[in-house]
Write a protein that binds this ligand. Structure first.
Ligand SMILES: Cc1ncc(COP(=O)(O)O)c(C=O)c1O
Length: 458
């Protein structure tokens, strides 16, 4: 007997068991999520109510799908941010990641950092650079700085060992490193260069953006930076191979590969990484921030140069060396008084003049911008009790032994404490700049000896 049609398998011509779905839900991401973002911007209750009314009148269909992959958009916000980064900085590859530290971790692994390997990092910069070396299972070796507060190229070669694989100059506080000298040494010793540009996004050396001079450039795109949403990062490189290795860490699923499940195209292509994929919401902010970056940097730069050009020179004052004045971002103006005592007087007097400034001094609180305070590194404390990577046999059996003490980098020890920093604002007018220059000249003239032969500001 023929089975009833509704009992017959659909495969055999019967009726489909599920021909329609009646359940109609709300989009996964909808008005409430949009309002939550709007709230974070700090709009008034009245504006929020108007926004909600306007948003609710829209048909969002299934709502947005906020993924950076498998998206039906022609270009996701992350892709737009990466494209803009390539165009803005002039790099072949750009990868948006979750933070500057994530960018550094990717770059170090890409550069070959691992057990038994050393990376030379600056004594002044930020903890994250050295910490990312450790997180990549390598050993950071601190290099002293010069009066630019950047890595001193004259001190570099003495630190290079057979274990060194990379140099990681940090462009500190809106200034740029002596990249010409650093690159010369790196090439001579066949070392990779990972530039940490977190503090100097938009800075240039001889017209080239920092982050594009070394093999890899890393940026923090956090709220505190020149380009910053909340938490984000960026990696730049011109090298296809380094780009793929960074992706291997940043996106362990291999979604970036032309064919995700294809066998390795070359030895070492595939390895286990993690997930540092940038979020679409972060990229939505950062793409706008990055578009604004050149104008922001131009304003900061002009303010700094305008003030510097009006400053007189003084015997007891050494201005920070500017490796490339034209490439300065310029959100702070720095100089070194002969002594901390003199500096304390100058800071007090400048503050009384209405000029925002500071100096760490002798009894400053611990600060992760100077190597000897980077305690989880200086104490060689690892995540496990065996002391890895400092005690790794691949390191020790190869002659590796490290010991971190205040005094290792005497110039950094000295300059970091007596470094007066005047904060600059991109929106200072020409008159503001004149007033600030006048105030600095007035104070320095009261405490020091004017001397046309003393070190110039630029
Ligand atoms: C020089 C430097 N490198 C790396 C980082 C870390 O960036 P993030 O906070 O985005 O991880 C910072 C942050 O301030 C920094 O100043």
């Amino acid at each position: 007997m023929a089975r009833k049609i509704d009992q017959q398998l659909a495969l055999q011509g019967g009726l489909k068991a599920v021909s329609t779905i009646e359940g109609r839900g709300e989009p996964k991401i909808g008005i409430e999520e949009f309002m939550s973002v709007a709230e974070r911007f700090g709009f008034s209750a009245k504006t929020l109510a108007k926004m909600r009314e306007a948003a609710e009148a829209e048909d969002l269909g299934g709502g947005p799908f906020l993924a950076n992959y498998y998206s039906n958009l022609p270009e996701t916000k992350v892709k737009a941010y990466e494209r803009l980064a390539r165009e803005t900085f002039g790099a072949k590859h750009a990868i948006g990641v979750t933070s500057g530290t994530a960018a550094l971790n990717c770059a170090f692994v890409a550069a070959g950092v691992g057990p038994g390997k050393e990376v030379i990092v600056p004594a002044v910069g930020f903890f994250a650079t050295a910490a990312a070396v450790v997180h990549s299972k390598g050993i950071p070796i601190f290099c002293d700085v010069d009066e630019s507060l950047g890595m001193d190229p004259r001190k570099l070669e003495a630190l290079i060992t057979p274990r060194t694989v990379a140099l990681a100059p940090t462009h500190v506080m809106g200034t740029v490193c002596d990249m010409t000298a650093i690159m010369r040494i790196a090439r001579k010793h066949k070392l990779k260069v990972v530039e940490d540009c977190a503090q100097s996004c938009g800075g240039k050396v001889k017209g080239r953006h920092v982050g594009t001079i070394g093999d890899l450039g890393c940026f923090s795109i956090s709220a505190y930076k020149i380009v910053g949403g909340g938490e984000g990062g960026l990696i730049l490189t011109d090298s296809e191979r380094l780009y793929e290795r960074c992706q291997g860490i940043a996106e362990c699923g291999g979604l970036w590969r032309p064919d995700r499940f294809a066998p390795p195209r070359y030895k070492g292509e595939l390895f286990c990484g993690t997930n540092y994929r940038m979020s679409e919401l972060e990229a939505a902010i950062d793409v706008v921030q990055l578009r604004r970056m050149p104008a922001t940097v131009r304003r900061f730069h002009n303010v700094k140069l305008r003030i510097l050009k009006q400053l007189k020179t003084f015997r007891e004052i050494r201005p920070q060396t500017l490796n490339d004045p034209e490439g300065e971002v310029g959100y702070s103006l720095r100089f070194f008084p002969e002594t901390i005592a003199l500096g304390e007087g100058i800071v007090e007097a400048l503050s009384a003049e209405g000029i925002g400034c500071g100096m760490r001094g002798k009894h400053g609180a611990p600060d992760w911008h100077i190597y000897h305070d980077m305690f989880p590194i200086t104490t060689q404390t690892g995540a496990t009790s065996d002391g890895c990577p400092y005690t790794c046999p691949l390191y020790t059996a190869n002659g590796g032994k490290v010991d971190y003490q205040r005094g290792d980098c005497p110039t950094a020890d000295d300059l970091f404490d007596r470094n007066i920093s005047v904060g600059l604002n991109q929106w200072f007018t020409a008159q503001d700049c004149r007033n600030i220059a006048k105030g600095i000249n007035k104070v320095l003239a009261a405490y020091c000896t004017e001397d046309p032969q003393a070190k110039a500001w630029i």
